[in-house]
Design a protein around this ligand. Structure first.
Ligand SMILES: *[C@@H]1O[C@H](CO)[C@@H](O)[C@H](O)[C@H]1NC(C)=O
Ligand SMILES: *[C@@H]1O[C@H](CO)[C@@H](O)[C@H](O)[C@H]1NC(C)=O
Length: 190
């Protein structure tokens, strides 16, 4: 009898722990407090850098990877898709301190003006931001004075990022097509 009760107790314990474990490991979604994943106060940061779009020479950092049949006859280059790994620097000079790279795609998405669809990650390499990224998704009418692009997310120090970037052409070489663009980024993050 005592053995039976002991077995029953052991069985109940096993059964209960199984139920407990499975309830725990199969929880698909739950709410939690921000501090449980180390989030403290949200802050606003301003980043300022220069973006170098190099399409010419032996080492371009922006290369056309696709186009449509009509792209060559489109006044606005409609349909071209360009993959970039562009240098981001502290100052306008390419030899000034590197702060990161802009990696991703821009595509000529407008038939009426030179309007780029920008889908890029800024990957920072400087100081405490090393390894953190910001994700950009926006429209860039490159012939306009200042263009505004949305910052839709981020990683590392930029988790939960949201904000906007203002882009202004600093220099554009008509002969080569190379450009240097000044960026001011305003972003909320933790
Ligand atoms: C567009 O023009 C370039 C050079 O002018 C040529 O290399 C390319 O094949 C053309 N593309 C198409 C899709 O016709
Ligand atoms: C950034 O991090 C990488 C990988 O951890 C490291 O190799 C590199 O030296 C760091 N760069 C700077 C500028 O701290």
């Amino acid at each position: 009898m005592a053995v039976c009760i002991a077995k029953l107790v052991v069985f109940s314990l096993l059964f209960m722990s199984t139920v407990f474990v499975s309830a725990n490991s199969h929880t698909f979604a739950r709410s939690l407090l921000p501090r449980e994943i180390g989030l403290k106060e949200e802050k606003l940061s301003h980043l300022h850098f220069y973006f170098h779009d190099i399409v010419s020479g032996p080492n371009p950092t922006a290369v056309r990877v696709a186009e449509a049949k009509m792209t060559n006859t489109s006044a606005t280059g409609f349909g071209a898709v360009v993959m970039i790994d562009d240098l981001l620097t502290e100052g306008p000079d390419m030899s000034s301190k590197e702060v990161g790279r802009a990696q991703g795609i821009y595509a000529l998405a407008s038939q009426n003006d030179v309007g780029l669809l920008m889908v890029q990650n800024y990957v920072f390499t400087e100081g405490k931001y090393n390894g953190s990224t910001l994700s950009v998704l926006g429209r860039n009418a490159v012939l306009s004075g200042v263009r505004e692009l949305a910052i839709v997310g981020g990683s590392g120090l930029f988790r939960f990022a949201r904000g906007y970037a203002r882009a202004k052409t600093h220099t554009f070489d008509l002969k080569t097509g190379d450009a240097c663009v000044e960026y001011d980024v305003y972003v909320f993050h933790y």
